[in-house]
Write a protein that binds this ligand. Sequence first.
Ligand code: ZN
Ligand code: ZN
Length: 558
Amino acid sequence: MTLAQDGKSRCTIVIGAGASPSERHAADELQTFLKRISGAAIPITTDDQEIAGPMILVGASESLTRAAPDVDLEPLGDEGFVIKTVGPHLVLAGGRLRGSMYAVYTFLEDYLGCRWYSSKVSKIPKRKVVRIDAIDRTERPAFAYREPFYTDAFDADWAARNRANGNRHRLDEARGGKITYSHFVHTFYQLVPPDKYYDEHPEYFSLVGGERKRSRAQLCLTNPDVLRIATETVMKWIEAAPGATIFSVAPHACHKDCECPNCRAIDDREGSHAGSVLAFVNALAEQVEKRYPDKLIDTLAYQYTRKPTKTIRPRRNVLVRLCSIECCFSHPLATCEVNASFRDDIVGWSKLTDRLYVWDYVTDFPHYIMPFPNWEVLGPNVRFFRDHGVEGLFEQGNYSRGGGGEFAELRAYILAKLLWNPDIDQEAVMADFLKGYYGKGWRPLLEYITMLRDKVRQENFHMNIWVGPDAPYLTDDVIDRAKRLFDRAEVLVENDEIHERIRVARLPIRYVRITRRAEPNRQRLIDEFVAVAERAGITDIREGRSLKDFIPGWRAAK
Ligand SMILES: [Zn+2]
Ligand SMILES: [Zn+2]
């Protein structure tokens, strides 16, 4: 099928007269990109018009039903899609919420060579002839909820084009919307605020070492008034956020659970502190269900609540987010001995619920900008989650205002692809990204990444998310070789824009050299680091700590 030739096309893009917002947007995007690729202006029309010639059928329509009666969109859900040539026509259709839109982007990407590497960098090839062979492809996502949690990935177009649909992506109605949370996590004190209740009712809060805690602890989850107040709060949240589907009722990021006899009895019986949390969340969710049967209540299996309960099962409208924060990320979750207890926990939770989400970690937490060679585990871990029935996957990277972090755009890109299809060839996706994003400098950068991967493998080092610049894989030899590879990449680049991207990619090694005080040209390195980081808009070095806070200390250190 020829879509365009010498800047002309005989095709018409056809949508239903009642097309969904994302189907209309998808048709516009298809028209725009086909114009950029071929120079041809292809008209968009609706199925109530007279249409001659080959059709590109975007989404459900009368024309689609007539031209391709065998195409059944029903089993595809909200997000699945079909790409199929039928006679002289091309079908790009799927679920009305986002599926048809994903069909269009997947077609542009896989058949016409378009790439949307980051919010600012894309590749749209030019072609004199746009011709395709027969296609018959059906896809559905591996995970219903897909959130690569990097600042740049929050961009609306990037997220739509790379098929991310998480809470922070700025997806509007035209881009199919997203899975929206109300109150994302750690909400106990928002449900029952200590400032409002503690003075009169200290018994609402965690009993720790004989004292009811006002701050940095949890709630007394077996107190019936706590349940009543929290339920009322969630009802208000639901009324205030009609677009949200998931409401967080989750412990804080500290232990300090309630030691009162009633709370303890449940936890002892269940063999986990998840016992009292889940009993509470279930009771709350039961009330919510009566008024809002479609809303989900979310809670955490995190740190002190990570172990699954023995008998209590999450209700059908309760979603459990299991967090991998303690794990080793140089070795896969499936095989490293450090991750054995996490494996037990995911197996346990997957038996208790089919509404299991995972909060996973893909960056170095205290040093977003540090080399964090977890490349070996990205694909294997996503597949591990898929194989354990996980329905939603949140991949926590650097989400600070200014974004950045080691290879942030590359990671967000690979993760978005894996969250849709965990079986993609990660190495091919990485090589394609490096070529597209770093131009002629791509090969030394791939060598740099490979060098770090090899080093971690040789050292057989268990790497958690708190590893620092003194990590055993960052030897003087590795740093010297990295310097040479980046020098080579900087010589090869073809323009200033790509040169700057390579300088940004170089920041992690500079960061390590700066924090190691023996570096002879330290002040100059700091100047260079700060200049590049500022130009790139990088604001934070770690969660809640700004780059600016660190600079005086770096300069003062001898
Ligand atoms: Zn209690
Ligand atoms: Zn390990």
